[in-house]
Write a protein that binds this ligand. Structure first.
Ligand code: FES
Length: 176
């Protein structure tokens, strides 16, 4: 079994860099304090606090995992377990617009791969990569739970339903 140590080749990016400190902005801290009032204990607030962190930094870095664990009295392993379980939490930095294309059954039948592969080709990126200007990250995702309106593309927090290659092209042109 791979050794879980910062010097090992096994997922070194998962270890927090002690030189890098993260801290919520005063505005996010206020939201955090409010969130704690909405849940019976700190652990129960973990999911919304992770959403808050993602709003703040765009992704959940290893440093953020430790910071949030400290705020909620949870081990980094507990926080990381949750972050890695749900694919709505970004474990890597993403572009200004995170374009997530569902390719599960209903969407696939609706030609989602034409949309997904077409986007990667047009933007000249590999799946999961971000364009060099930092504007778009193109990701393939599992069912977005909106199969009745397939194919579905999620851009940041918004769903776009009944998509076609042409509709996605037109939509992306409106994003500055
Ligand atoms: S298969 Fe795409 S939303 Fe369910």
């Amino acid at each position: 079994m791979a050794e879980l140590h910062p010097d090992s080749a096994y997922a070194p990016e998962r270890f927090a860099d002690p030189a890098k400190k993260v801290e919520f902005s005063p505005e996010a801290k206020k939201k955090f304090d409010y969130l704690l009032t909405r849940y019976p204990n700190k652990e129960a607030a973990l999911l919304p606090v992770l959403h808050l962190a993602q709003e703040e930094w765009g992704w959940i870095s290893p440093e953020a995992v430790h910071y949030i664990g400290g705020l909620l009295d949870l081990s980094p392993a507990t926080v990381f377990g949750v972050v890695s379980f749900y694919n709505m939490y970004n474990q890597k930095p993403v572009g200004k617009y995170h374009v997530q294309v569902c390719t599960n059954l209903s969407c696939m039948i609706g030609r989602a791969y034409d949309i997904y592969e077409g986007l990667c080709e047009k933007m000249n990126v590999q799946p999961g990569q971000t364009t060099p200007d930092g504007k778009f990250t193109i990701t393939e995702v599992e069912c977005l739970g909106s199969c009745g309106t397939a194919p579905v593309v999620q851009i940041n927090n918004d769903y776009h339903e009944n998509m076609t290659v042409e509709k996605v092209d037109a939509l992306l042109k409106t994003l500055k």
